[in-house]
Structures are given as structure tokens and as C-alpha cells.
Write a protein that binds this ligand. Structure first.
Ligand SMILES: NC(=O)c1ccc[n+]([C@@H]2O[C@H](COP(=O)([O-])OP(=O)(O)OC[C@H]3O[C@@H](n4cnc5c(N)ncnc54)[C@H](OP(=O)(O)O)[C@@H]3O)[C@@H](O)[C@H]2O)c1
Length: 300
């Protein structure tokens, strides 16, 4: 799969943008378009949420149809794809010929269904997964994953760059951006839980966690450098132990569980990992790489 980033073309400040949904994120998006000098029309189900934007120069719309008719680029950002579809449906035939960029979070299946639905209404469709919080919209380093119409991505690159400077088109599949988002978040939660468990252990001893990070930080950061080889092993479906065999993790895991238990720290998290490794070793994978555990997570 190839990744395309924004082309450095001339931006057209006359491009009219419509933003449907003015929650925390939708308001930030509309604000970014207004700040970028684009004629921006806004609509929200509950009236009154557009006041600050109107004061900045956004234009109000009486209904969805009017809003959609006002913009060649239509952004929708609400809670849930059912709501996004319901809103877009209210535009009727005004949707035909529009470029719709749906920035509503949801599953890959929902995004693909939205793409199919939009195609049935002759709208070009791009799905986007915003990887930042609302206050960081517009940041040159803000990441947005896109999937769907390459034509929309190329044509409205200058407008999409106003949302986040690090937008990339992952391919034509509208379902992939959400999946990337979940993969990033899943990695984040696993990492944070491991770190917070460690922090609880250190705190129980009276060790300042910041001090730990200053002294042991390079060891923690180094963990991320092994991800490319883990990824390659998973892709190949081969789990040769280039960085140490799975069986060598067991004693350290037993220590972590024992230390946690002795201090009254939650053992569920390390015990879960210990049991996974022990099971893989029992099944004869002790000489394999840690990446072998993907088979556990891949099970149905
Ligand atoms: N906030 C963030 O920092 C952030 C970051 C990344 C991604 N996101 C994603 O952005 C999307 C919006 O999040 P948010 O934080 O802006 O949510 P929010 O502040 O709770 O706003 C929700 C928006 O959805 C609208 N809405 C909900 N149900 C609707 C329905 N059935 N019909 C019409 N409109 C409906 C609301 O309209 P009303 O005003 O009428 O209720 C409101 O505009 C979500 O997919 C979220 O996961 C948000």
C-alpha cells in the first residue's frame, strides 16, 4: 500500500467549505477553515453552537441542504456514522458532485458502508481519522489518516492541510484510516498500562517515577526500536528469535508478578502476560521470538 502526502500545489482561498457538526471537534475544524481564509458555511443539529464561529466570519445555513449546496468540499464530523449518514441524507440531491470528507470516528466497516452510500449519491468520498485533540487542529504536526478518493485528497490538499499538516492518503479503501487509528491507540493503551503498572511498583518503594525515567529512559525508549523487526516477523509469519527467545521472558515475568504481589500491587496485568508466554512455551514455541504471541491475539 502506498502512502501519499499533500502535494505542494497552489492553494485556492476561494474554495468554499461546509462543516456539518459543530461539537468540540467540528467547531475546531470550522475554525481552522475560517482562519485559513476559506468561505466556510456551518450547520449543527442543535442551534446556537455556531455563535463563536459566526463572529469569526463563518456563514450560517438554515438547513443541511442549504449548507451542502454552499460548499464544494463538505466536511462531516459528528458522534457516530449513523448520525453522519442521516445528516448527509438530509441534503438530498444537493450531495451529487460534492466532495464529502467524513471525519467521524467508527469501525472500518462503518467507513466502507459510508463510502458505498456516498457513491450511490454521486458524491466523491474520503474518510479521515483525526489523530489529535480538538485544540491541536491546524497544527503542522497534527496527523490525519485518509482513505478513499485520491482525487478529493489531491484537489483539496490545501484545505485538508488546514486540519493537520501531516495528513496522508493510505489508499482507496475508506476503512483503513480508522483501523490505523485503532492500531495507534491500541499500542498506546498497552504501553501506557505497562508504564503505569511499573510506576505503581516504583511509587510503592518511594521511587520518584520521573527519576526512574531520567535514569532508565533509554532502556524504555529502546523498546520502540524493535517494533520494525517485530512487524516484519508478523508480516512474514516467521518468528525467528533475533532478539532473544520467548522462554527467557518467563523468569522476569515471574519476578514482576512476585514483586507486585508482595507489594499489594495489581498482578492481573503482568500475570496476563506471564500466562500468555507460559502457554506459548508449553506449546513448543520457547525458542521463538516474542512476535509469536501475535497468534494468540489473532485467534477467533
Ligand atoms: N474532541 C476531540 O478532541 C476529538 C479528537 C479526535 C476525534 N474526534 C472525533 O470527532 C467526532 C466528534 O467528536 P466531538 O468531540 O466533537 O463530539 P461532541 O463535542 O460531543 O459533539 C458531537 C457532535 O455530534 C452531533 N451529533 C451527535 N448525534 C447526532 C445526531 N444523531 N444527529 C445530528 N448530530 C448529532 C452533535 O450535535 P448536537 O450539538 O446537536 O448534539 C455535535 O455536533 C467523533 O467521532 C470523535 O470521536 C474528536
Amino acid at each position: 500500500m502506498t502512502t501519499t502526502t499533500f502535494a505542494s500545489g497552489d492553494s485556492d482561498a476561494r474554495t468554499a467549505v461546509t462543516v456539518l457538526g459543530l461539537g468540540e471537534m467540528g467547531s475546531a475544524l470550522a475554525g481552522a477553515f475560517v482562519a485559513g481564509g476559506r468561505p466556510t458555511t456551518v450547520w449543527n443539529r442543535t442551534p446556537g453552537r455556531d455563535e463563536a464561529l459566526l463572529a469569526l466570519g463563518a456563514r450560517p445555513a438554515g438547513d443541511v441542504r442549504e449548507a451542502v449546496a454552499a460548499g464544494s468540499l463538505v466536511i462531516v464530523n459528528v458522534k457516530g456514522n449513523d448520525a453522519a449518514r442521516e445528516i448527509l441524507a438530509a441534503a438530498g440531491d444537493a450531495l451529487a458532485g460534492r466532495a464529502v470528507v467524513n471525519l467521524t470516528d467508527g469501525t472500518s466497516g462503518e467507513a466502507r458502508a459510508m463510502a458505498e452510500w456516498a457513491a450511490g449519491r454521486e458524491a466523491a468520498y474520503l474518510h479521515g481519522q483525526i489523530m489529535t485533540i480538538a485544540p491541536a487542529v491546524g497544527d503542522p504536526d497534527a496527523v490525519v489518516f485518509y482513505g478513499g478518493s485520491g482525487e478529493v485528497f489531491a484537489r483539496y490538499g490545501a484545505e485538508l492541510a488546514l486540519i493537520g499538516g501531516r495528513g496522508s492518503l493510505l489508499g482507496e479503501d475508506a476503512g483503513i484510516p480508522g483501523l490505523y487509528g485503532m492500531a495507534v491507540h491500541g499500542t498506546m493503551w498497552g504501553t501506557l498500562n505497562g508504564f503505569l503498572h511499573a510506576a505503581a511498583l516504583l511509587s510503592a518503594e518511594g521511587v520518584e517515577v520521573r527519576r526512574f525515567l531520567e535514569q532508565a529512559g533509554p532502556s524504555v525508549s529502546a523498546l520502540f526500536s524493535i517494533l520494525p523487526s517485530i512487524a516484519a516477523e508478523v508480516d512474514r509469519g516467521e518468528y525467528a528469535a533475533d532478539f532473544g527467545a520467548l522462554k527467557h521472558h518467563l523468569p522476569s515475568l515471574a519476578d514482576l508478578v512476585g514483586e507486585s504481589r508482595a507489594r499489594g500491587i495489581d498482578v492481573e496485568f503482568p500475570e496476563y502476560t506471564r500466562a500468555l508466554v507460559a502457554d506459548a512455551v508449553e506449546r513448543g514455541h520457547g525458542e521463538d521470538s516474542y512476535s509469536r504471541l501475535v497468534e494468540h491475539f489473532g485467534k477467533r
